[in-house]
Design a binder for this molecule. Structure first.
Ligand code: HH2
Length: 267
């Protein structure tokens, strides 16, 4: 899943794709580089961000969606029903909601009636405050039981279970240790029986891991390492900014897994 943030302030690519022409070019390049899906967003959820109105979000994303809809598979990164409805009308196939249907009470019905896929993500708190001293007794079991509850809620709202993916929400109300522990024990999240999305790409934990305590982004190389680790633990959707690098690394990791499967097959 390639990331196109049509925003001035996203934590790692803010401004890069704020001009619709740039965003359209990026989306096309990501698809050409091997992205199976391009996730378009018009609101930053970086730590400390305040959010924008639905009108502003639509102003940012509609021209991009209109230009590439039908040409490449799209998802919409939004918490708002109005934005999701317009994106679905324009051809988006997945709604990526970082609030896991807790933000806008009208969103579940929009997803259900639109017949599209849904990603439910874990977030502790809200973007404005989520990174101020997050605390868990056991991050993996708490995140997993939250996702299980949101999955039940979504199914109860009429969204078929087989259309739902789950995401532990790397960097959303979590310390560096929490983020790595969630990937290390991804089998617990996978035990819910749904595909798992991981978005470690360029996140600050990767920069802090490499020795900069004030980092607000992580390097591409560290992002690729985290993505491969997540893939090897069963994640099947990797949300990334640097598509080509990830596709190449994952092709190699996949070839290793495939070689193992071939060796184990009866002759
Ligand atoms: N991360 C971000 C935004 N949306 N969605 C899912 N499912 N998983 C994630 O990890 C995730 C997400 C934050 O990254 P980005 O979009 O690059 O930045 P910003 O929110 O500042 O626009």
């Amino acid at each position: 899943m390639g990331v196109v943030n049509v925003t001035p302030d996203s934590f790692s690519d803010g401004g890069v794709n704020y001009d619709p022409a740039d965003a359209i070019g990026s989306a096309r390049r990501m698809a050409a580089d091997g992205a199976a899906l391009v996730d378009v967003g018009g609101e930053s959820t970086r730590p400390g961000s305040e959010g924008v109105s639905a009108g502003e979000e639509l102003r940012r994303v509609v021209r991009v969606l209109e230009a590439v809809a039908g040409e490449l598979p799209l998802s919409i990164d939004t918490t708002k029903a109005e934005v999701a409805r317009t994106a679905i009308d324009l051809g988006a196939e997945l709604v990526n909601d970082v609030t896991a249907l807790r933000g806008d009470p009208a969103l579940a019905e929009v997803v259900a009636t639109g017949g599209v896929y849904l990603c439910l993500m874990h977030m502790r708190g809200e973007p404005r405050t989520m990174q101020s001293d997050p605390h868990y007794e056991d991050v993996v079991s708490e995140v997993t039981s939250f996702l299980e509850g949101r999955l039940r809620f979504a199914v109860g709202a009429g969204i078929p279970e087989e259309r739902i993916a789950l995401d532990p929400g790397i960097g959303f109300g979590k310390t560096l240790q929490h983020n790595f522990e969630l990937v290390r024990r991804l089998d617990v999240v996978l035990s819910l029986g749904r595909p798992v999305v991981i978005g470690f790409s360029r996140k600050r934990s990767l920069g802090r891991l490499l020795g900069d305590p004030e980092a607000v982004t992580g390097s591409v190389a560290a992002s690729v390492g985290a993505a491969v680790a997540a893939y090897e633990r069963g994640a099947t959707i990797l949300r990334v900014h640097d598509v080509r690098e990830h596709v190449e690394a994952l092709a190699a990791a996949h070839a290793v897994a495939d070689a193992g499967a071939a060796a184990a097959a009866p002759r």
